[in-house]
Write a protein of this length. Structure first.
Length: 314
C-alpha cells in the first residue's frame, strides 16, 4: 500500500521507524511546523520531521488544514491508507476522505479512557494501574472512532511520563504491525466505543506542576513522576522555588498543617500533606544540580517545623 504518515513527537517517530521496515511504502509524512526549543529558543524540527528528512521522505509541515492546500498536498500523494500518531492537529472530513482505505490512529491509551492530547501523563496522575495503545478508525470527532485493536501494559511504580511514553511508543510500533497483518487477512473486527465510560485528557500546562500540599501525598508523588521532565513538579519554601524530582507516599499520617516539615532523614524529607505523609527524595534548587533531598536540606539549613507554601505560586 501507499501510506502517508502524520505525527510529531518522539513517540510518533518510533512508530514511523517500524512502519519504514515495510512491506508498505511510506510515500509522504506530515508533521507540525518547526518550533522554538531549548534555552536559545532556536527553531528545531519535530522528531518525525527530522526522521523523514534523514530517510529522504517528502515531509510537509502545514500550519493549518483550513485553507485546503494541505488537503491538496495529501491528495497528490495518492495514499491508500493514512496512519496518524500524536500529530497534534484535528483533520477535517475532507482529509479523512482522501485515502482509499481511510485513516487510522495509533493512540496511547486504552480508549475510551483518556481521549485527547495528554493520555500518558493523565493516566499516571490518576493512579491508573495499566494503560496501552489503541488503534482506531478515525472520524471527525476527536478519538471517537471504532476500536480496531488494543494492547495493554502495566504502569510501573517508578514510571515517569517520559519512561512510560518510550514503552508505549514501542508497543505502538508492534501493535501497528500486528494490526496491518491481521487487517490484510480480514481478521479485524471493529467495535464502537462505549460513550458512558469516556474520559478526557486535556493538555498538561506549566501551572499543573505547582504542588498543592493540601492534596493527598499519593497524588503529589504521582505528579513528580508524571510531569518529569516537563513541566516538572515545583514547590516554594522561604519564598524560593524548588523542583521536586522524586517522592513517595508513606503509609502514615500527620496532624501537622499541610506543607510542614516533619523530619529530615537520610532517606529524605518528610512533609505533611492533606492526606498522608510525603517523603521527598530528590530535588533541584535554582542553578543547582539534581540532588538527594537530604543533601539539599543540609545545605539549605532546613528546619523541622518550617513549612512549604501550600501551593507553589510563581
Amino acid at each position: 500500500m501507499r501510506v502517508v504518515f502524520l505525527g510529531t513527537p518522539a513517540l510518533a517517530a518510533t512508530i514511523l521507524e517500524g512502519l519504514l521496515e515495510g512491506p508498505d511504502e511510506v510515500v509522504g509524512v506530515f508533521s507540525r511546523p518547526d518550533a522554538a526549543s531549548g534555552r536559545g529558543l532556536e527553531l528545531a524540527a519535530p522528531p518525525v520531521a527530522e526522521l523523514a528528512r534523514k530517510t529522504a521522505l517528502p515531509v510537509l509541515q502545514p500550519k493549518s488544514w483550513r485553507d485546503g492546500s494541505a488537503i491538496d498536498s495529501l491528495r497528490a500523494l495518492s495514499p491508500d491508507l493514512v496512519i496518524v500518531a500524536a500529530y497534534g492537529r484535528i483533520l477535517p472530513q475532507a482529509a479523512l476522505d482522501v485515502p482509499r482505505f481511510g485513516c487510522i490512529n495509533v493512540h496511547a491509551s486504552l480508549l475510551p479512557r483518556w481521549r485527547g492530547a495528554d493520555p500518558i501523563r493523565r493516566a499516571i496522575l490518576a493512579g491508573d494501574e495499566e494503560t496501552g495503545v489503541t488503534i482506531m478508525g478515525m472520524v471527525l470527532e476527536m478519538d471517537a472512532g471504532p476500536i480496531l485493536l488494543q494492547r495493554a501494559i502495566p504502569i510501573l511504580a517508578d514510571d515517569t511520563g517520559q519512561a512510560l511514553e518510550k514503552r508505549l511508543a514501542l508497543l505502538g510500533q508492534t501493535a501497528l504491525r500486528e494490526f496491518l497483518d491481521s487487517w490484510r487477512r480480514g481478521k479485524i473486527k471493529a467495535r464502537e466505543q462505549d460513550p458512558a465510560v469516556v474520559t478526557f485528557s486535556p493538555p498538561i500546562k506549566r501551572e499543573d506542576g505547582k504542588t498543592d500540599f493540601t492534596r493527598p501525598a499519593a497524588m503529589i508523588a504521582r505528579a513528580t513522576r508524571a510531569l518529569a521532565p516537563w513541566p516538572g513538579a515545583s514547590a516554594r519554601i522561604r519564598d524560593l522555588p524548588l523542583r521536586l524530582w522524586t517522592a513517595s507516599a508513606l503509609e502514615t499520617n500527620s496532624d501537622e498543617a499541610p506543607g510542614s516539615i516533619l523530619s529530615i532523614e537520610r532517606e529524605g524529607v518528610r512533609i505533611a500533606t492533606g492526606q498522608g505523609v510525603l517523603l521527598l527524595q530528590e530535588v533541584q534548587a535554582p542553578g543547582k544540580r539534581r540532588m538527594a533531598a537530604a543533601d539539599w536540606a543540609r545545605g539549605f539549613r532546613l528546619l523541622v517545623g518550617e513549612t512549604f507554601a501550600r501551593r507553589a505560586e510563581p
